[in-house]
Ligand binder design. Structure first.
Ligand SMILES: [Zn+2]
Ligand SMILES: [Zn+2]
Length: 281
């Protein structure tokens, strides 16, 4: 069993455990171990043979047992049990996911807002995963508890982006924002700022229990802003702890998918023409 396939299994176990608030720590442990496997790509067969699976970062006895099962029979009975208990449909499409074709992420956080690592560490990890690009999308200013970025801090961040990109060769580092969708559907940063960014993710974070009709209006207004490239977590739900927004998803997704004269900046053939406009270079 190769490390990436095993990482996918651990990651799904982490996801399913997260549905249960009592399992939050175990869920985190599985997710962290999945990341360690994806980054380090250890030789699982060899480690299992040597009885050393716990030498992998973040892998304790419990997770090692799951990995041993995977190595021995290519499947995890623990995952199968969680799947049937959760009532979630099996991810029957996983066999067609080709991670080698996966080129990057467009939504990530750094310690500029509520991420735990620096932009440099994120970029290095992205490179280690074989990514061609990484979108850095920290929070916008209204989300004060996580130190959201205003235009001034975005400018400072763009300087760091330039530095990091020089240090991590072969990775296009896109500067973006996860801009908060305000109660009335306006965005938490002016268009003049959003225009300068490589990727704009717009997400609802507060007042998710707004009544459906006004929530629909709010989301429609947000996604029709031509600077928005991606809608982040459209419901805002947290499995097991917070119910998400409900609104006319059909109408909002239809509006979001409507072709507009605007093309996403990250589709316009970066790295040339990316948001180096911040610094005038
Ligand atoms: Zn986010
Ligand atoms: Zn978010």
């Amino acid at each position: 069993m190769d490390a990436i396939a095993a990482a996918q299994v651990l990651s799904e176990i982490g996801y399913l455990l997260r549905q249960d608030p009592k399992e939050v720590y175990r869920a985190r442990a599985f997710s962290a171990a999945a990341w360690a496997l994806a980054l380090e790509r250890p030789d699982l067969d060899a480690l299992h043979k040597a009885n050393k699976l716990t030498a992998i970062e973040g892998v304790g006895a419990g997770i090692a047992k799951v990995l041993a099962g995977l190595v021995e029979d290519g499947r995890s009975s623990y995952l199968e049990r969680l799947r049937s208990e959760s009532g979630q449909p099996a991810r029957d499409d996983e066999s067609v996911i080709d991670l080698a074709a996966y080129q990057g992420d467009l939504h990530s956080h750094t310690d500029w807002s509520d991420g735990r690592t620096t932009m440099l560490e994120m970029a290095r990890a992205a490179k280690a995963l074989g990514y061609k690009y990484l979108g850095v999308t920290d929070h916008s200013p209204r989300i004060k508890v996580v130190n959201g970025l205003d235009a001034e801090r975005l400018l400072a961040q763009s300087r760091e982006r330039e530095q990091v990109e020089k240090e991590v060769e072969g990775l296009a580092l896109l500067q973006g924002i996860e801009v908060d969708i305000l109660e009335d559907g306006a965005l938490d940063l002016p268009d003049a700022v959003l225009e300068l960014l490589d990727v704009v993710v717009a997400s609802p974070h507060v007042k998710l229990r707004q009544e459906a009709a006004s929530m629909t209006e709010r989301m429609l207004r947000a996604v029709s802003n031509p600077n928005v490239d991606i809608v982040g977590h459209p419901t805002g739900r947290r499995p097991g702890s917070r119910e998400g927004a409900s609104y006319d998803f059909e109408a909002v997704f239809r509006e979001a998918a409507r072709p507009s004269s605007h093309t996403c900046r990250w589709q316009r053939g970066w790295p040339a023409g990316r948001a180096s406009r911040w610094t005038g270079s």
